[in-house]
Design a protein around this ligand. Structure first.
Ligand code: GDP
Ligand code: GDP
Ligand code: MG
Length: 333
């Protein structure tokens, strides 16, 4: 029984098969660049140290990151040795298995509570943080829609009071998701908005609260303290809030996203990562680097701008989609 038999179980439902196709479509640039380059490198080559370091080079330039690439190459070497692999053709398959195995050891693989909440600890409060433009607000719309589809009531708090058009943008997403929003005027104290939101959620018996925040850099002390204040004030209403602090990262920024993950997790109590914009980027390898090097899980991935373009991150599906060259539009030989 191979690793990828799990996939067959996972994508048995129609909805799952559709989302797997969407993931594959999203990863097509990464796949073409990464697997494409691997295949042309490997054709007709014998397996030696030079080849292995050229493979490592491809991993690194596919945004897999130096540390993670080294780990993968060490595992590859081990397999080549123990299984006496001589055909360079076999390497793609081994890489696929070893990358999947690596990700299965990461925290992301242990975490599959999606759109489920602790019913005894409501409202379940999620806060989105990250730098400007990474997709926090969009992700909130998508999360709200998913929770609503799962039968939960949702209230969104518009605690990005910094950007002028933030309220309007969030309102559009709340309407699309069919959920309510709590807001104040532009420039208001974000902690006050969060407080209002939790108060309203408590009064209504809302299941899930999602708090938007303004974009910020991890090294702006005042802005990080602002996040702390938001959390502190929410605890006055619900001591366990926020249950989740999701850091949104833009996958198209590759190694920069990894760097942001490292920095933010040092200064904020991040509980999970949302990797956005995986569609249309060739830097999907960054997901491997982030899942492998961070001690917090990648929870969701964004594969487009539409409300249904959010998927729970699944390591096995991800690697399968990244390597799967069939039926991706181009007739492969
Ligand atoms: P924020 O500043 O972090 O709140 O980011 P926004 O939610 O406003 O998103 C910034 C831009 O990224 C918008 O144009 C979104 O449509 C786009 N975006 C967000 N998520 C995704 C995604 O998964 N895929 C693509 N292609 N675009 C996305
Ligand atoms: P500086 O580090 O002293 O230069 O502080 P800034 O000029 O960056 O910010 C001063 C104050 O303006 C902050 O405490 C925030 O309230 C607000 N502010 C400035 N830039 C931003 C931003 O990008 N996001 C948010 N949320 N607030 C900001
Ligand atoms: Mg926003």
């Amino acid at each position: 029984m191979g690793f990828f038999d799990k996939i067959k179980q996972k994508i048995s439902g129609v909805a799952d098969a559709l989302s797997f196709d969407r993931l594959k479509e999203g990863l097509s640039k990464t796949r073409n660049s990464f697997v494409g380059r691997l295949r042309s490198l490997l054709s007709g080559r014998t397996i030696d140290d030079t080849l292995l370091s050229e493979i490592e080079e491809i991993l690194i330039t596919s945004d897999v990151g130096v540390e993670t690439s080294e780990k993968i190459i060490a595992r590859l070497k081990e397999r080549v040795k123990s299984e006496n692999v001589t055909e360079s053709d076999a390497i793609v398959g081994i890489l696929k298995e070893e990358i999947a195995a690596l990700l299965m050891e990461s925290p992301a693989a242990q975490d599959d509570a999606t759109f489920a909440i602790d019913e005894t600890d409501k409202p379940h409060v999620i806060m989105l943080i990250g730098v400007n433009g990474v997709g926090k607000t969009t992700t909130i719309g998508k999360l709200a829609r998913n929770y609503k589809s799962a039968g939960k009531t949702v209230l969104i708090g518009a605690a990005d009071t910094f950007r002028a058009a933030a309220n309007e943008q969030l309102e559009v997403w709340a309407n699309r998701a069919g959920v309510d929003i709590v807001q104040q005027q532009h420039g208001a104290d974000p902690a006050a908005v969060a407080y209002d939101t939790l108060n309203a959620a408590k009064a209504r018996g809302t299941d899930v609260v999602i708090i938007d925040t303004a974009g910020r850099l991890h090294n702006k002390l005042g802005l990080m303290q602002e996040l702390e204040k938001i959390s502190r004030v929410m605890k006055k209403i619900h001591p366990n809030a926020p249950h989740e602090v999701f850091l949104a990262l833009d996958a198209t920024t590759g190694q920069n996203a990894l760097q942001q993950a490292r920095e933010f997790t040092k200064v904020a109590p991040v509980t999970g990562i949302v990797l956005t914009k995986l569609d249309g980027t060739a830097k999907g390898g960054a997901v491997i680097a982030i899942a492998d090097s961070m001690s917090i899980p990648v929870r969701y991935i964004g594969v487009g701008e539409r409300i249904d373009d959010l998927q729970p991150f699944d390591a096995v599906s991800f690697v399968a989609a990244m390597f799967d060259e069939e039926s991706s539009g181009d007739a492969g030989a």
